[in-house]
Ligand binder design. Sequence first.
Ligand SMILES: [Zn+2]
Length: 167
Amino acid sequence: MPDGQRSSTARVVAPASPRKLAKVPFVELADGRLQGVVSSGSDIARVYVSSVAAGTFAYTCSTNNNRPCGGAYGGFCNHIRALIGEAVLQYGAGRVARYMRVEPVEADSPAQSVIAPMAQTRPVPGDKSAAASVFSRFLRQLAYLEMAPTTAPLPEMQWFPPTRAVA
Ligand SMILES: [Zn+2]
């Protein structure tokens, strides 16, 4: 067994399916929301911070510079749909549906099986203040990528392992 696995107490859980990190570098089920960061399709320097609240499906989407997303009027924009799709890859459709409190429907893809019933409720825009906290969680996660590789436990990582954020 490699040293990293033998000496670490943290269990590393592989995503349910491979994800496209370049498109959606960050996705999590946390703070009562499905939330994350989605790359802009056209501008490499721009990202969108998107979220959907569990239960109400109230959504937010804005750029990292706090500009509202032009596509997020009157429904889920493409960023939010991409984010939900990646969450389904990361966590599996069943777990995303349970966290969001939505009943999955028959659909062409696992992602659509949870996106469609949420979109059907005609959700409304939610509280924009979520974006700052989502983006800071993303930056904090990036900071860990820049740390020197080590096999020593990082105590603060125990606060937000992706597998325990979900009830
Ligand atoms: Zn958007």
